[in-house]
Design a binder for this molecule. Structure first.
Ligand code: ZN
Length: 171
C-alpha cells in the first residue's frame, strides 16, 4: 500500500505547512475494519515547526456509514474529531507538553505516518450505540418490533412503572 497520509517531518520548513487528504472506505478496509461500510472524510493537518519542535493539528470531518444497531439498515454518522500532536525525536530532549498527544519518532525517522492516528480518532468518534433518530429506522423492521412488544405483554407487566416500560422499549 502506498501511504499518502504522511508528513515529512525532517524536510519541514519553519512555520506552518498544510496537508490535506481524503479518506474513503478502502482506508478502513486496509485496517481490517468491517464496521465502517462507507466513508467520506476529509482530513486537514497543519504542521507548525518552531526550532526542533513540531506540533500538528489534525482536523477530520465527514460521514461514516455503519449499520444501525436497531434496524440493521445503513446509518450515516457525521463526525468531526480533532487531535493535536506534539512530535519529537527520541533523544532530542523533552518537548514541551502542549496538552496534546506526544508522538515519539526514532532519530532517523523522516516521516510521520498519520494513518493510525486518523484511524483511531475516526473510530473513537463513533458513538457506542449506533441507532437512527427516533422514527427514522427502517419501517418494515420496526413494525416487527412493535408487534413483538405487544405480544410480550402479560398481566404482571401492567403493574410496572411507565419508566420501566419505556426502558424496555429503548433496550
Ligand atoms: Zn435504524
Amino acid at each position: 500500500m502506498t501511504n499518502e497520509y504522511t508528513i515529512p517531518v525532517n524536510g519541514l520548513a519553519s512555520g506552518r505547512t498544510e496537508f490535506g487528504w481524503s479518506v474513503g472506505k478502502e482506508f478502513f478496509e486496509e485496517f481490517g475494519n468491517t464496521e465502517v461500510l462507507d466513508a467520506d472524510l476529509s482530513v486537514r493537518a497543519t504542521a507548525e515547526k518552531s526550532g526542533t519542535r513540531i506540533n500538528v493539528d489534525c482536523d477530520m470531518e465527514g460521514v461514516l456509514t455503519v449499520q444501525c444497531d436497531r434496524c440493521l439498515a445503513d446509518l450515516q454518522i457525521r463526525i468531526a474529531p480533532h487531535v493535536r500532536l506534539s512530535v519529537r525525536h527520541e533523544g532530542a530532549g523533552n518537548a514541551e507538553e502542549d496538552g496534546g498527544e506526544v508522538i515519539s519518532l526514532a532519530p532517523d525517522e523522516a516521516v510521520l505516518d498519520m494513518s493510525q492516528i486518523i484511524y483511531d480518532y475516526a473510530c473513537l468518534a463513533l458513538p457506542m450505540h449506533r441507532v437512527h433518530e427516533v422514527g427514522k429506522c427502517d419501517g418494515s423492521v420496526i413494525g416487527h418490533i412493535g408487534i413483538a412488544v405487544q405480544s410480550d405483554m402479560n398481566p404482571d407487566e401492567e403493574k410496572e412503572s411507565p419508566f420501566a416500560v419505556l426502558k424496555k422499549m429503548l433496550d
